[in-house]
Design a protein around this ligand. Structure first.
Ligand SMILES: [Zn+2]
Length: 277
C-alpha cells in the first residue's frame, strides 16, 4: 500500500521535478478529486501532492470538488495538510512577492459545499449525522509555526498572521469590494482557501496555508485592476523559493505520534455517523 503522512494541495510546479513520484487514482464517496494524488518523498517524509486545479489548470476555484480532495488525501494516510495559494494584497505594504501566513479567514464564497456532516445520504448509502465543529482558529498552530520558521530560514521574512478573505470567483474583485475588504482590516484575498480549511478540520486533519501575494487587489492600487497574466507572472517568479520553503515545512512538521494540536481532536466526542478512511 502506497501511503503518505503529509498532503500538499497546490500546483504541479511544486512537485513535478521530484524523483520516484507514484501516481495514485483515489475514488471517494463524494466523486472525483481534482486529479490523481502524486506520492513522493521529501526529507524522509512521505508526501501526497494533489493539484488543486487539476493538471493543466482546468478546474476553476468555484468548481473544485473540495470534499473529494480532502477525503482522497486522508484516504492515502495524510493527517497534516499544507494548502499554499496565490492571493491579492489588500494593503499597499503587501505587494507582489509578500509571503503571508494567515491566522484567520473570512468566508465570502457563495455556492460551495462546506461540510461532510449535512445529514444528506451519500452515493454509497451512508447517512452522515449533522455536526457543528469549532472553527474559531481555522489553521493548525503547529503548521503555522513551521511555515514561519521555514520562510525565515530561507531569508524570506513572512507576515505573521492576518486575515484571508475567500471570494467565490472566478472573477476578481470590483474596486468597491476590494476597498470594503481592506476597510474591514482583512489582509489578503483569494479564491481557494475555503472550504478547504473547514473540510480538513471536519476530517480531523491539520491544515495551514502560506499565501503568496501576486498582485495588489483592485482597491489597493490606481491601475487597471488585477489581470490573470500578472498573477501567473509573479507566481512563476516566486515558485522556486515557495517550493523550497514548502519542502522545509514538510520536513519540520511533527511526526504523527506527536500531533497533539487541537485539530487532531476536532472530532473528539462528536458522533459524525461517518467512518473516516
Ligand atoms: Zn494541527
Amino acid at each position: 500500500m502506497v501511503n503518505a503522512e503529509i498532503g500538499v494541495i497546490g500546483g504541479s510546479g511544486l512537485y513535478s521535478f521530484l524523483e520516484d513520484v507514484t501516481e495514485v487514482r483515489v475514488e471517494t464517496p463524494y466523486g472525483e478529486p481534482s486529479d490523481s494524488v502524486f506520492m513522493g518523498e521529501i526529507g524522509g517524509r512521505r508526501v501526497a501532492f494533489l493539484p488543486r486545479h487539476g493538471r493543466g489548470h482546468h478546474v476553476p476555484p468555484h468548481r473544485i470538488n473540495y470534499r473529494a480532495n480532502l477525503w482522497a488525501l486522508r484516504s492515502v494516510g495524510v493527517r497534516q495538510v499544507l494548502g499554499p495559494c496565490a492571493v491579492g494584497g489588500l494593503r499597499p505594504e503587501y505587494g507582489p512577492g509578500t509571503l503571508l501566513v494567515p491566522d484567520q479567514l473570512v468566508d465570502r464564497t457563495k455556492a460551495r459545499t462546506q461540510t461532510f456532516y449535512d445529514g444528506e445520504t451519500r452515493a454509497d448509502g451512508v447517512v452522515p449525522n449533522v455536526a457543528h465543529l469549532s472553527f474559531a482558529d481555522p489553521y493548525c498552530p503547529k503548521g503555522r509555526k513551521a511555515a514561519l520558521a521555514a520562510a525565515r530560514g530561507r531569508d524570506w521574512e513572512p507576515v505573521d498572521g492576518g486575515t484571508l478573505v475567500v471570494i467565490e470567483g472566478p472573477r476578481f474583485s470590483t474596486r468597491a469590494e476590494s476597498r470594503w475588504h481592506a476597510a474591514m482590516g482583512w489582509s489578503v484575498v483569494g479564491m481557494t482557501g475555503h472550504p478547504e480549511a473547514v473540510l480538513a478540520r471536519e476530517l480531523g486533519l491539520c491544515y495551514s496555508t502560506m499565501t503568496l501575494v501576486t498582485d495588489l487587489d483592485a482597491g489597493a492600487e490606481t491601475g487597471q485592476g488585477v489581470s490573470h497574466g500578472e498573477v501567473l507572472e509573479v507566481f512563476a517568479a516566486n515558485v522556486d523559493r515557495l517550493r523550497s520553503v514548502l519542502f522545509d515545512v514538510v520536513a519540520a512538521l511533527p511526526a504523527e505520534a506527536d500531533r497533539d494540536c487541537p485539530c487532531a481532536h476536532a472530532l473528539d466526542g462528536i458522533d459524525t455517523g461517518i467512518e473516516l478512511p
